[in-house]
Design a protein around this ligand. Structure first.
Ligand code: SF4
Length: 483
């Protein structure tokens, strides 16, 4: 256990983020002294990290066997800079104690590309951005260069999208064949909900009708049908949904329509043909790994061969922009398993590959039942991330979007790679928060971007019964958000 003691309740979240990054899985107990000097009992903590906000300076100390301390002057009026100084002080002590650096330095947010993007927009060149990010965030040169490369590519893609005058649409289909071990998304067993699927679609259609009316003056730039697994819908339900979208909106400005066909065991020729009858331009068939043993451990009841069959069928049906999601750091996998997976992906040659680092969230079965899985080895390394990147490069795919999550294995990132001209536009729009994304369906979150860059969100309830019963309220929440 690590004990975090702060003299005041300030920046606890940020310090915790660094502790979790250096010591993943360790319990952290935090307390605020608020002037009660000497009353705190760190008990059996292996490490004690203290943060003292003093007159004009911050002092940080770490007790772990011996005690080490560092301090720096700050101007508390400048909150952003104070946070930055504090994080560098904490980082210095923790990296000396842990004997390692973090690839992203003190950056714990989910959108590191926003920093180079803003600097590029201000006219900074690459050398200036590298030294700024090294100095301020102690990030590695490799990660800084990756974030700059991606920011440049994002700019390139966005220059052809009239995003300021447009919006995007997300439709959530929260059903899957089984639940993956690491899943923290809204996902329910399709077998249970199949008899009520028309009811779910009826509720979605109410939200579609509202969106059509609310955005009649805006251009629809991208549509993303995700989940869950949208291809768990039967061909008839899929047809109902796609027809409704096509009839409801003008698609004159539509630049991309993605449907996740995530689980290969949900893909059939009939469904692919249904997608092709509508202007769906991009699909996603997600292996996560090509190792049969790992697929079993993570609760996916399909074989690697089914992935190849679904992919081949999608090509035969004419899909020329197929994404495949992978996860690095899955249980019992090491570099040789990543290499094996990448070889099989290389043979398929998808147009997009999205490489994720396993992030175990609170709601995941893997976390809730952690004792049951304690015997499994989880590891993600620079070598594994590097192997995935190398194969993407060999396939001619370029990194085009990047984001990070809390509790990521190895403290790395998720990177989307795409062949030129096939980058997922929706992914960039959502990452860079450039426009409103209307999100429909149980468990989805709408993000409204207002002039001047102010961002506000509203959620739909996750529970399907609640969603169906409270659909008027979900629409009302959106109405309020947009007004
Ligand atoms: S396919 Fe995705 S949404 Fe479905 S259970 Fe697995 S992780 Fe969750």
């Amino acid at each position: 256990m690590i004990c975090l003691i702060l003299s005041e309740e300030n920046f606890e979240y940020d310090v915790r983020g660094l502790l979790t990054a250096f010591y993943p899985g360790e319990e952290i107990c935090a307390s605020v002294r608020n002037g009660q000097e000497g009353k705190l009992e760190p008990g059996s903590a292996g490490r004690i990290l203290s943060v003292d906000y003093m007159d004009g300076k911050i002092r940080v100390s770490l007790e772990h066997g011996e005690k080490k301390a560092a301090e720096a002057a700050v101007d508390y009026e400048d909150r952003k800079e104070t946070k930055s100084v504090l994080k560098r002080l904490v980082y210095g002590l923790l990296s000396a104690d842990a004997g390692r650096e973090l690839p992203w330095g003190t950056l714990t947010g989910i959108r590191p590309t926003k920093i180079p993007m803003a600097l590029l927009e201000e006219g900074a060149d690459e050398t200036e951005i590298v030294s700024y990010m090294k100095e301020n965030y102690l990030a590695s040169e490799e990660k800084i260069r990756l974030s700059i490369e991606i920011a440049k590519r994002e700019k390139q893609v966005l220059k052809d999208v009239d995003y300021e005058d447009g919006y995007s649409l997300y439709i959530g289909i929260p059903f899957c064949p089984t639940t993956c071990l690491y899943c923290s998304f809204t996902s329910y067993p399709v077998a249970k909900w199949e008899p009520r699927m028309d009811e779910y679609l009826d509720a979605l259609f109410r939200e579609i009708d509202y969106t059509k009316e609310a955005f009649s003056h805006k251009k629809l730039n991208t549509v993303y049908i995700g989940g869950g697994t949208p291809t768990t819908l039967s061909p008839r339900h899929l047809e109902r949904l796609l027809s409704k979208v096509e009839e409801s909106f003008s698609l004159d400005n539509l630049q991309e329509w993605t449907v996740e066909a995530g689980r290969p065991d949900s893909v059939t020729r009939d469904k692919l043909r249904t997608l092709r009858r509508h202007p769906v331009s991009r699909i996603s068939i997600n292996p996560q790994t090509m190792r049969q043993e790992t697929l079993k451990i993570i609760g996916r009841h399909h074989t690697p061969e089914q992935i190849e069959e679904a992919f081949a069928m999608a090509r035969e049906e004419g899909f020329d922009n197929i994404n495949m999601d992978l996860i690095m750091g899955l249980p019992e996998e090491g570099p040789e398993d990543v290499q094996y997976t990448m070889e099989r992906l290389y043979a398929m040659a998808p147009d997009n590959i999205t490489v994720h680092s396993l992030a175990v969230k609170r709601a995941a079965r893997l976390n809730i039942m952690k004792e049951q899985y304690a015997h499994l080895k989880f590891e993600n390394t620079g070598e594994m991330m590097g192997l995935a990147a190398e194969y993407c490069e060999r396939l001619g795919l370029e990194p085009y979007y990047l984001y990070r999550q809390k509790n990521m294995a190895g403290n790395f990132e998720n990177v989307g790679y795409a062949s030129p001209g096939k980058a997922g536009i929706y992914n960039i729009l959502i990452m860079e928060e450039k426009q409103t994304i209307m999100a429909l369906g149980a468990g989805s979150t709408t993000k409204a971007v207002f002039p001047g860059g102010r961002i506000e969100r509203c959620d739909n309830v996750k529970d399907i019964d609640q969603y169906l019963g409270r659909i008027d309220e979900m629409i009302d929440r959106k109405r309020k958000l947009l007004s």
